[in-house]
Design a protein around this ligand. Structure first.
Ligand code: ADP
Length: 460
């Protein structure tokens, strides 16, 4: 086992020097995405213009289709950077993710309809409003937009694959569902969760410069000067205007595989996924995949007669049964004997573990979790450098924080993930990197959708 661990340590450790090389190539790829359409990292214009003031007000609905759950929220923006959120979550089935797109959007409309009846209806659920309620639709898949209430799906990610959506305007598909159920709402904005997180965070924290999601998938957004986005030059927008860019950075290094230190496990995940050859960066970082990387390593060691000797291992040999939440549990086990790990393997996989095996598991979780954080730090460093935020002598001076707003279970629940991210950034930039602070944006996608809906209404 010790030999195996040494081999894995070598494969999964990313040195500061390697990180800096990744950052440099990342910046090139981001620039290319801004220059022309159809690049690996598409750098999608969102038609969300500029920062919120924090004074936006009103009641908005937000529908969030982003990965594991569908959420419907009522967001009350109160101004003065204050808000209230009421939400209901609906679990999506694998079937809904993979069969008939219109059915999926109809389901979103139906859930919204029920939510509106519950919150705005009379005792019989009948709703009678003077005007339709504005809805922001957080649809967290790469979409090509040419205005805010429209978005053509480039490709499904994060295990989704419902036919009939790719190449189609998903705002229109959702609107069709809304008409079918006659929901008294008006879709005003289609946004990505990264943009939502960026804007929701900026509503309460002015230091925010980047929004990053660490959930089922991994992606980032930031605010760019229109003059720096050559591919939309023809629109004739003022050069100094600011527009949020949804990077879709999960696609980094998917075409050439030149920059990321992919292991045989990463390659296996890619080749057996429903979207091989896509989202190379995301597949090394996101919640959907970290548990599976861990499991693949265990399976290899079972095959080689190193782990769980003489036991029935079929339960752990099923793809994707090892949730990333298990890595969190393993890393946070407070006991010397690693009793939580004992319980986890016994309960979920009917496997007995030796203390040596459990210590190995803990080390393995640290390797996989740390690699994910350090790769993410490279993406953050690239975006921060690109914006010139590390230039100048006063970087890191008192009160000069560069804020990275985040959301997602990996960031919120994986022990030590935020610290590893920030250490990674310091490994890249040296002490200057301490100016970069990450924090959780409360309910990024819901509040962001509401703030963007409010900003959009103000522009019309
Ligand atoms: P979304 O699907 O909207 O991105 P989340 O942010 O909750 O939702 O991310 C879900 C992902 O987070 C899943 O892939 C799941 O495996 C992972 N996850 C859930 N709980 C934890 C945890 N405690 N630690 C690490 N990852 C987790």
């Amino acid at each position: 086992m010790a030999e195996y661990l040494a081999k894995l340590e070598k494969q999964f450790t990313i040195t500061p020097q390697r990180m800096r090389m990744i950052v440099d190539s990342f910046i090139d790829v981001l620039d290319r995405g801004l220059a022309t359409k159809g690049n690996e990292v598409p750098m999608l214009p969102t038609y969300v213009f500029g920062w919120p003031t924090g004074q936006e007000k009103g009641s908005y609905l937000a529908v969030d289709l982003g990965g594991t759950n569908l959420r419907v929220c009522l967001v009350e923006l109160e101004g003065d950077s204050k808000f209230e959120v009421t939400q209901t979550k609906y679990r999506l089935t694998e079937e809904q993710k993979l069969s008939d797109a219109q059915g999926l959007f109809d389901f979103c409309a139906e859930c919204l309809d029920n939510f509106v009846s519950d919150h705005f209806g009379d005792d019989d659920g009948k709703v009678d409003l003077d005007e339709p309620i504005p809805v922001g639709f957080t649809f967290s898949y790469p979409c090509e937009q040419d205005r805010i209430d429209h978005g053509v799906l480039i490709r499904w990610t994060k295990g989704f694959g419902a036919p009939g959506a790719e190449g189609e305007d998903c705002a229109a598909l959702f609107k069709k569902g809304l008409e079918k159920y006659n929901v008294p709402v008006k879709l005003v904005a289609l946004i990505n969760d990264t943009t939502g997180t960026l804007i929701a965070s900026a509503y309460v924290e002015q230091a925010t410069r980047v929004g990053v999601i660490f959930g089922t998938g991994c992606n980032a957004a930031y605010m760019e000067r229109v003059g720096n986005i050559p591919k939309i030059k023809d629109l004739g927008l003022p050069e100094d205007a600011l527009m949020a860019i949804n990077c879709e950075w999960g696609a980094f290094d998917s075409t050439t595989h030149e920059h990321l230190p992919r292991t045989s496990y990463d390659i296996h995940i890619d080749e057996t996924s429903n979207k091989p050859g896509e989202q190379a960066f995301e597949k090394m970082i996101a919640g959907l995949y970290l548990g599976e990387i861990f499991r693949l390593i265990m399976c290899e060691m079972i095959d080689e007669g190193i782990l769980f000797l003489g036991q029935e291992t079929y339960k752990v040999e099923k793809p994707f049964v090892f949730d990333t939440a298990f890595l969190s549990l393993i890393e946070s086990d407070p006991t010397d004997e690693l009793l939580t790990v004992t319980g986890l393997f016994a309960h979920f996989f009917s496997l007995d573990t030796t203390i040596a095996e459990r210590q190995f598991m803990r080390r393995l979780a640290v390797l996989i979790g740390t690699r994910a954080a350090r790769l993410s730090a490279c993406g953050i460093a690239a975006l921060v450098s690109k914006q010139g935020l590390m230039d100048g002598d006063d970087v890191g001076a008192e009160g000069k924080t560069i804020g990275i707003a985040t959301d997602g279970s990996l960031y919120n629940k994986y022990p030590g993930f935020p610290q590893r991210l920030e250490e990674g950034v310091v490994d890249i930039f040296g002490e200057k990197g301490r100016a970069i602070k990450t924090y959780h944006a409360e309910d990024g996608s819901g509040v962001g959708a509401a703030v963007i809906a409010a900003m959009t209404k103000a522009r019309i």
